[in-house]
Each structure stands twice: as structure tokens, then as C-alpha cells.
Ligand binder design. Structure first.
Ligand SMILES: C[S@@+](CC[C@H](N)C(=O)[O-])C[C@H]1O[C@@H](n2cnc3c(N)ncnc32)[C@H](O)[C@@H]1O
Length: 313
């Protein structure tokens, strides 16, 4: 093991992704760094207003500045939440570590996972678990917005760079090796599911802050979940994470009932970023975006959710 081994920190991984993409947007769209920052901060305001509009949020994920605003403000906090649940939910923990130890591979299907939040969480989780061998994490990503590919790939590459620096070039000594397949898929539409046959052989399915973007109790989403569940292996786990509130719990309950999943009791949890994993690790990006005249913003540094784990019986 190399002496330069350091733990995974979400803001550390996000720094190169944000830096490179902000530079690219400036160059490609012929904007000054200052104009790029203003666009990101405008989109951050817009995202916030839309998420709390009490209706289907109208988000600009097709625009790079909107996706960058999501990565800057939300991604690390949501990754911290999911990593916390992986570590602290006893049933999910046993399931994930049991499969990872037995197969050295974990198959994950994540709905609305374009940004790469769930990938960040697994990288930190397996780095902290120190299982003593590499785990190949095979992601099947489903997202309606294919432009998220830039962010998922950027995060994947940042994780590989981090593990290469910490553990050396031989990836069998890394704690995790990430792989991903991206499908631009609306999770409220089942039309093409039959053509996709039996690809749903995943150990873990993640539905992390997707219900609140669909907003309504969408019959199409319930049908999609039912179709996926019917093809998923027995014992697979479905992790539902949402903002708190009876409305979201009812959405999860309806969806699980129709799909035939056994749901664990709802858990309301909250927390902060892990010690040492703070926005200062974003360096220049944080300096610039937090101090922009009149409207500087900081990333979220806490989380507050309700979650439940569904089991395919
Ligand atoms: C709030 S983000 C959550 C991202 C990530 N799971 C997290 O927790 O950070 C919602 C994601 O769901 C995707 N999404 C929204 N509606 C969708 C739909 N109908 N089908 C598939 N993905 C959708 C968005 O593109 C976005 O990536």
C-alpha cells in the first residue's frame, strides 16, 4: 500500500469536475469566467425556486450551467446521505457488503442518477469499508437527461484518478472499480421495457430524489417500477430516498405496494457533511462562486431525508 493513501472526500472529487466543465463552457460558449459563474448562480436560484414550487419542477438540466449548479450545491450533500444509509441501515449494509465480499462485484441500477451522486457514495463507502479487495461496481443508469453523461463520466474519472494516486496503477488494489452504462430513459414510460428483456439483474436499485421531480403520484412511474421489480432478482433491495413529508411516504408506499415490494419502516434521518469533507476543498471554485458580488452561494452542508428499503420477495 502506498503511503500517500488518503480517504475519499466528495468535494475533492467534485473540484476537478467543476473546474474542467466551467472552463469548457466558457471556451465553447465564448463566455468569460465571470459570465459562467453568473449563469451557474442564476440556475442555482432557479433550481431552488422550482423544487419548492409545489408543482412539477421545470428544470433546465439540458443546460450546462444548470447541471453545474446541481453539482456545486447539491451533489455532495446527497452523496453523503446515501453513503450514510449504506453504512447505517443494517439490512442494506449486510446485503451490499455480503454480495461485494462474495462476488467482488455489485450490480446497481440507479434511477435519475445522471449527476453521479450514487457513484460518489459507493466510492467513499467501499474506500471506508476496507474489504481488502477491489469491488467492481457495475452501474446501470437511467435518466431522462442524457446530457448528465458529462458529469457522471467526470466523477468516474476523478474517482479513478484518486484511487490511482492513493493505491497505485493496479486497480486490483483499489477498494472499488467503477463501470457504467447510461440509458436515457423516462422512468414514467414503459413502452420500450419489453425490448430490454432481462437486463434488470441488479443487486441494488436506487430511487434517490426522483419522486419529488416527478412530483405527482404518477401511474406511469408505478408501472415502470412494477415492470422492473417483476424482472429483478429475489432479495434485491430498492432504496427510496426523499425529502421528508407524508406526501412522499405515500408515494413510496403506493409504488412499493403496486410493485409487490416489502418496504422497511420509514426512517427520518438528518446529518452534516463528514468531518474534513467541506466546501473549502473546492478551492478556487468555492472562492469564486461563494463570493460573487450580490449573490454568492455555498454548497449544502447538511441533509434531512426520509428513506425506506424495499425488498423483492
Ligand atoms: C434531483 S435529481 C437527483 C439526482 C441524484 N439521484 C441525487 O440524488 O443527487 C433528479 C434526477 O432525476 C432525473 N429525472 C427527472 N425526471 C425523470 C424521469 N421522468 N425519468 C428519468 N429520470 C428523471 C433528472 O434528470 C435528475 O438527474
Amino acid at each position: 500500500m502506498l503511503s500517500k493513501q488518503v480517504g475519499v472526500k466528495f468535494f475533492d472529487l467534485l473540484r476537478p469536475v467543476l473546474t474542467k466543465r466551467m472552463e469548457y463552457v466558457g471556451k465553447h460558449d465564448k463566455l468569460t469566467p465571470e459570465q459562467v459563474r453568473q449563469l451557474i448562480l442564476d440556475e442555482a436560484d432557479r433550481n431552488h425556486a422550482q423544487w419548492y414550487s409545489n408543482d412539477v419542477p421545470d428544470l433546465n438540466y439540458h443546460l450546462p450551467a444548470c447541471r453545474l449548479a446541481y453539482l456545486y450545491i447539491v451533489a455532495a450533500a446527497n452523496a453523503t446521505t446515501f453513503k450514510w444509509i449504506l453504512k447505517n441501515d443494517p439490512d442494506l449494509y449486510q446485503h451490499v457488503t455480503g454480495i461485494a465480499k462474495a462476488k467482488r462485484q455489485l450490480n446497481v441500477c440507479a434511477f435519475g442518477a445522471g449527476p453521479g451522486t450514487e457513484l460518489l457514495a459507493f466510492a467513499k463507502f467501499f474506500d471506508e469499508e476496507k474489504l481488502g479487495h477491489a469491488v467492481q461496481v457495475e452501474f446501470q443508469l437511467l435518466d431522462i437527461e442524457k446530457a448528465w453523461l458529462d458529469s457522471w463520466h467526470g466523477i468516474r474519472d476523478a474517482i479513478k484518478d484518486h484511487f490511482r494516486t492513493s493505491y497505485g496503477p493496479d486497480f486490483s488494489s483499489w477498494p472499488m472499480f467503477p463501470n457504467g452504462n447510461f440509458m436515457d430513459q423516462d422512468v414514467t414510460k414503459t413502452d420500450e421495457l419489453d425490448n430490454l428483456g432481462d437486463i434488470w439483474s441488479h443487486d441494488v436499485f436506487v430511487i434517490n430524489f426522483v419522486l419529488s421531480e416527478l412530483f405527482h403520484d404518477d401511474p406511469g412511474f408505478r408501472a415502470f417500477m412494477t415492470a422492473v421489480t417483476s424482472r429483478a432478482p429475489k432479495g434485491s433491495r430498492f432504496v427510496f430516498i426523499e425529502r421528508r413529508g407524508g406526501m412522499w411516504e405515500r408515494r413510496m408506499t403506493n409504488c412499493a405496494k403496486e410493485a409487490g415490494l416489502r418496504l422497511s419502516p420509514f426512517q427520518e434521518k438528518s446529518g452534516w457533511m463528514d468531518p474534513g469533507d467541506g466546501e473549502l476543498l473546492l478551492g478556487e471554485v468555492y472562492d469564486q462562486l461563494s463570493k460573487a458580488p450580490g449573490k454568492g452561494k455555498s454548497p449544502r452542508n447538511s441533509w434531512r431525508v426520509v428513506y425506506s428499503i424495499g425488498v423483492k420477495e
